[in-house]
Ligand binder design. Structure first.
Ligand code: SAM
Ligand code: SF4
Length: 326
């Protein structure tokens, strides 16, 4: 079992398949020239599978594939297939652009729940936010997944003055469609020009929603990072993810493996463990993983607190989100 010094059991691994992406979301990918990792620095497909097996032996029960965009990885289908054989709950977070090509692979690998990122319901704004014109493609692929009875969670990063005016439109979407919207507080990462004025807190989101709708809290699971709600009578539901204003670190069960094979024991950790290099050298990987988890900070990578109003993002040492794997 992977336990840290605060007795948190880590059984959920998020693997980044690549730092490449077919979108350029401003909050994720630095505006300055970003150089993607060359292929030889990435974990190779067989290495991903071998490392995942070791994590499963250490007690991991759930694996999420992410990135960058996981579905631009050439071997994505093979990797899903192989991880699907490990007896874990397998899930994926994707921008949705290539989902139509992978629905059968999802089924074969046992993926039944898919998180899709979509921050606006307006095609022109989508182009502005992502610098690519793929709104219809993403929206149609969400419909495809719903028709095929996948559980679809839609990740919406809420940024003040950018898309906070659309919160109600997203809730309206849940009226007829069984989509589960997850409003995420905007987080600071390298190069994303975060400042506290752009943050819409979960209380502010809830207050906008509750002015228009009666809302009912839903039951949360022990490791949930979100607070879930429904509007009675709506086919879908919504949730708020309060990383910045009300962190949920005390129940954290997550470990991240970047596309270049580094363990990040926290989304905000500065320190990383170069697992891939050590694996290639034939080191005792289990002990290295255990040590990395033991060194995990109590909260927010030890880099800041929930006093986000006074946070200077320039003092946080981290990668950009695209290079971590969200
Ligand atoms: N490309 C895939 C996608 O967009 O879903 C997977 C990778 S993406 C890095 C994973 C998630 O991180 C997405 O839902 C994205 O919206 C979220 N994310 C990226 N940057 C963020 C930020 N600065 N604050 C909050 N969430 C962020
Ligand atoms: Fe790409 Fe996802 Fe980051 Fe957008 S959020 S740039 S789709 S990795």
């Amino acid at each position: 079992m992977l336990i840290d010094k605060y007795d948190r059991v880590h059984d959920y691994l998020r693997i980044s398949l690549t730092d490449h992406c077919n979108l350029r979301c401003f909050y994720c990918m630095p505006e300055e020239d970003y150089s993607f990792l060359p292929n030889q620095q990435l974990m190779q497909a067989d290495e991903i599978i071998e490392l995942a097996k070791i994590f499963v032996e250490l007690g991991v029960k759930k694996i999420r594939l992410t990135g960058g965009e996981p579905l631009v990885r050439k071997e994505a289908a093979f990797i899903m297939d192989e991880l699907g054989k490990l007896g874990v709950e397998l899930t994926i977070t994707t921008n949705g652009i290539r989902v139509h090509r992978f629905i059968e692979n999802f089924k074969q690998a046992g993926i039944r729940s898919v998180n899709i990122s979509l921050d606006t319901l307006q095609p022109e704004k989508f182009l502005l936010l992502t610098r690519r014109d793929h709104f219809k493609n993403v929206y149609d692929n969400i419909q495809l997944l719903l028709q095929d009875h996948f559980r679809v969670k839609v990740n919406v990063v809420v940024v003040k003055g950018v898309n906070d005016s659309e919160i109600i439109d997203f809730i309206e979407w849940t009226r007829e469609a069984p989509v589960h919207i997850r409003f995420i507080e905007f987080m600071p990462f390298d190069g994303n020009r975060w400042n506290s004025d752009k943050l819409v807190t979960w209380q502010q989101m809830l207050s906008v929603i509750s002015e228009r709708y009666p809302i009912m809290p839903l039951e949360n699971q022990p490791h949930d990072t979100c607070k879930k709600y429904e509007v009675p009578g709506h086919a879908g539901s919504f949730a708020v993810i309060s990383t910045m204003s009300a962190p949920f670190c005390s129940g954290c069960n997550r470990i991240r493996l970047t596309a270049d094979g580094k363990i990040k024991n926290c989304l905000f950790s500065e320190n990383e463990t170069d697992l891939l290099r050590l694996f290639r050298q034939g080191a005792d990987i289990k002990e290295i993983i255990q040590r990395s988890i033991m060194e995990k900070h109590k909260e927010l990578g030890g880099q800041f607190s929930n006093d986000f109003q006074h946070l200077d993002a320039n003092h946080i040492h981290n990668r950009s989100m695209i290079a971590i794997g969200g």
